[in-house]
Design a protein around this ligand. Structure first.
Ligand SMILES: [Ca+2]
Length: 489
């Protein structure tokens, strides 16, 4: 008997990125009951969807830099808005670059990296054969005119638009991807399509707002008024006092009683994004590549919608750290859910494993999760690590979340029994072994915050004087209250 070795045709990759999308997607057991994501749901029905997938950083630039390089923020020191090419540790072959170096044609559009080359961020010519509109301008900035605007603080704005989908950048990026697929792609390809919503401003056409009008059909986000009482001082500092804007947003939404309106706008933005995703899925399905294309859908981090007074990402709580993640491999399992704790960091090693590519020159820090695509309930004795600034970490499994801040402050939540993380168990003596077990997944290295971050408030320090910081923010809030009132329009 002859054994003929035939190299299987290399699969194409469709890499779909979404911004600031939390667990409000149909496949999550604890989604918002009103949210409508039929397209992401149909993708979920074709592959394996993860309910305990976590980002490496709850902020855009750091999360995407980690995913694209396969390196932890605590290894590179890129906790904030650092520019990838200015950090020596991150000067490695990125995920699309590695595919390109191994014979793939790489094509991208929209927000895959944070920012643009002009700002020192964004895609690189080494990574992409083709980018639309261009490497220099990776993302369009169109979003239509407000029909009505809510404006709690600075760039925190939302409201329906006068125009329909056609006025939105995400629509244009989806349409371009559809046309590009229809025009024919050189195989094997790596096609990246990045969507900006539901990132602020939550500004999408009125029709999506109409689906979530405040009523008894729109149950509120579960919030506990005294939820911060058992949170560590560092945790409260992170949510309320690290920047004056945080506190101002909380107070403005409270003062205006805009809780339902904010939720409506977020859910409208989620459904709008789902519709754009659907256009790209339809095009792929109708193409000759449908049976030989791996689809990955991920989001850079989640979002707090007022839980623990937080209207932001940037926190180490579950809503900001946990992300939708779906992987579809033709011919493999479909419609399966895995609660294994996986990470965006794992995508680089997983995708090169699925495509049969060699390892890059640098050592990847994630894990190949492809065994979970064959056995979603299989043993997975790991935890996911999320880092927010230097030496602030959350370690997550499907049952527990352990948070440890730079000053040693701790939180421990049993998310199976307490999915909203309302009861901090860090001081329960019986649970010391749980903390110990989870602490094993904390990184050995905590690289100092790398230079070059442009935002002076969020993660640009290794440590804070919590009492002094809180005082400063409260004083700044008083000083700025007048300005902000005037800025409201
Ligand atoms: Ca609490």
């Amino acid at each position: 008997m002859f054994l003929v070795s035939v190299r299987a045709e290399q699969p194409n990759i469709l890499f779909i990125s979404i911004d600031d999308l939390r667990n409000y997607v149909g496949y999550f057991p604890d989604e918002h009951p009103s949210v409508h994501t039929p397209n992401i749901d149909r993708l979920s029905a074709e592959g394996v969807s993860f309910t305990s997938a976590y980002c490496q950083s709850p902020m855009c630039a750091a999360s995407r830099n980690s995913l694209m390089t396969g390196l932890l923020p605590s290894t590179t020191g890129a906790y904030g808005f650092q520019k990838r090419r200015e950090i020596p540790a991150m000067n490695v072959a990125t995920l699309p670059e590695h595919f390109r170096e191994n014979g793939y044609t790489t094509i991208g559009t929209g927000k895959l990296h944070h920012g643009s080359p002009k700002e020192g961020h964004g895609p690189d010519p080494e990574e992409w054969d083709e980018y639309w509109p261009s490497i220099e301008k990776p993302r369009l900035n169109m979003q239509g005119e407000y029909a009505k605007k809510y404006h709690p603080w600075a760039n925190v704005k939302w409201g329906p638009t006068v125009e329909g989908d056609e006025a939105q950048a995400d629509h244009a990026h989806a349409e371009w991807a559809v046309k590009r697929i229809e025009a024919g792609l050189p195989q094997p390809f790596f096609l990246g399509v990045g969507f900006y919503r539901p990132h602020l401003p939550w500004k999408v056409p009125q029709e999506y707002f109409d689906h979530y009008a405040p009523s008894e059909k729109l149950p509120p986000v579960p919030r506990k008024e005294d939820d911060l009482d058992d949170v560590s001082p560092a945790g409260e500092f992170f949510t309320r006092y690290i920047h004056k804007g945080r506190y101002m947003i909380e107070k403005k939404i409270e003062e205006k009683d805009w809780y339902d309106e904010a939720l409506q706008a977020y859910l409208a933005s989620v459904e709008f994004t789902d519709k754009q995703v659907g256009k790209v899925l339809d095009a792929l399905e109708a193409s000759p590549y449908a049976d030989n294309t791996i689809i990955v859908l991920w989001t850079d981090h989640g979002y707090n919608l007022g839980e623990k007074k937080a209207w932001t990402k940037f926190t180490l709580w579950r809503e900001a750290d946990r992300v939708p993640l779906i992987i579809v491999v033709p011919g493999k399992l479909a419609g399966r859910i895995s609660d294994a704790p996986v990470q965006l960091l794992d995508l680089y090693p997983t995708l090169i494993s699925l495509a049969g590519l060699p390892q890059p020159e640098h050592a990847l820090e994630g894990r190949d999760i492809s065994p979970l695509l064959d056995n979603p309930d299989g043993d997975w004795p790991y935890a996911a690590l999320t880092t927010a600034g230097e030496n602030n970490h959350a370690v997550s499994t499907s049952e527990w979340r352990y948070i440890r801040y730079f000053n040693g402050d701790e939180e421990l939540y049993n998310v199976k029994e307490d999915p909203n993380e309302w009861t901090n168990l860090a001081n329960e003596p019986d649970l010391a072994p749980v903390k110990q077990e989870l602490a094993q997944f904390l990184p050995e290295t905590n690289a100092p915050n790398a230079p070059g971050t442009s935002l002076n408030a969020y993660y640009d320090r290794g440590a804070w004087d919590i009492a002094e910081g809180k005082q400063k923010v409260l004083q700044a809030v008083e000083r700025n209250k007048k300005d902000n009132d005037e800025a409201e329009d």
